[in-house]
Design a protein around this ligand. Structure first.
Ligand code: AFP
Length: 282
């Protein structure tokens, strides 16, 4: 497993350099979800493939940017499912973006996730790694190395509210709940990039990130294998919770297709319990 994390550290520096130097224009094609691809999406995907091709422990790769599974090493035990550059549409306005990695062993479902990691490309490069039986660990780039900063723990209750999705298409009970948090004094912190948004809530001790099912996207927007499950694992390891709109743990998801999405809510315990009441679920 350590060789997988060492590859992610190399990938982080290479993608950070690409963000600072590469062409920000659109590429020819679309990704597997029919979204226009930026050249930076394609370049980030190529960097990740190149680095994991050197890691015998990685059996195969599944990318948010592509259909299918790329076989690498028969003897490898892990499948890495990743979003190469989440929020890439924010690079040209110079906002923080990220890469997300879910490390699975066996069938690709939440119960078989054995570790997850994400990188934030912001004023600094930061990496967070979560493994079973331990709190997520924060690392920060210093020169060409990553230095361990410390474990991340979510408080019981937070102050930040990051509400995703188009508000006019929110279900009324969701709108009422989000408004109730603001009425309670929560502060709005939503950039349109799930990695920096979820990172801020983790580092600032708690709150709620939400991307519900909406009239235009009844199954939400965020992808289970690449985005939702890796962060659900992070939040649970940090002492918080991660659920869908039925109150079910996201760490029980069984995707039917690699690019399936899910409504998702990540937060500290107080906010998630309050959301369950608002949604009338247990
Ligand atoms: P892009 O990768 O298309 O910029 O989308 C970013 C994202 O996948 C995730 O990072 C955000 O939380 C979410 O979509 C933003 O979606 P809305 O613009 O619908 O709020």
């Amino acid at each position: 497993m350590q060789t997988v994390f060492e590859a992610i550290k190399k990938i982080a520096f290479e993608i950070d350099n690409a963000i600072k130097t590469a062409d920000l224009g659109y590429a020819e094609g679309e990704n597997a979800s029919g979204e226009d691809q930026l050249k930076l999406d394609v370049l980030s995907d190529q960097i990740i493939e190149k680095e994991f091709a050197k890691v015998p422990a990685v059996n195969s790769l599944v990318s948010e940017e592509k259909e299918g599974e790329l076989e690498l090493h028969d003897s490898g035990s892990y499948t890495v499912c990743y979003d190469p550059l989440d929020g890439s549409s924010l690079v040209d306005v110079n906002l923080s973006v990220g890469s997300i990695f879910g490390i699975y062993q066996g069938i690709l479902d939440a119960q078989n996730l054995v570790a997850s990691a994400y990188v934030v490309y912001g004023p600094r490069i930061e990496l967070v790694i979560a493994m079973k039986e331990s709190k997520p660990m924060l690392y920060r780039a210093a020169g060409d190395q990553f230095r361990a900063i410390g474990e991340i723990t979510l408080n019981e209750k937070g102050k930040l509210n990051a509400p995703g999705g188009t508000q006019q298409n929110w279900p009324p009970h969701h709108k009422a709940f989000i408004d109730s948090l603001f009425a309670e004094g929560y502060r709005l912190r939503y950039s349109g990039g799930m990695v920096p948004d979820l990172h801020q809530i983790m580092l600032k001790g708690g709150g709620l990130f939400s991307y519900p099912g909406t009239s235009d996207k009844p199954h939400g927007k965020l992808r289970q294998l690449f985005e939702v499950i890796p962060f659900a694992f992070m939040y649970e390891q940090a002492g918080g919770q991660a659920i869908n709109d039925k109150g079910e743990r996201l760490m029980e998801l069984v995707p039917g297709h690699h690019h399936d999405t899910s409504p998702c809510f990540f937060g500290s315990n107080y906010e998630i319990e309050a959301l369950k009441k608002a949604y009338g679920v247990k």
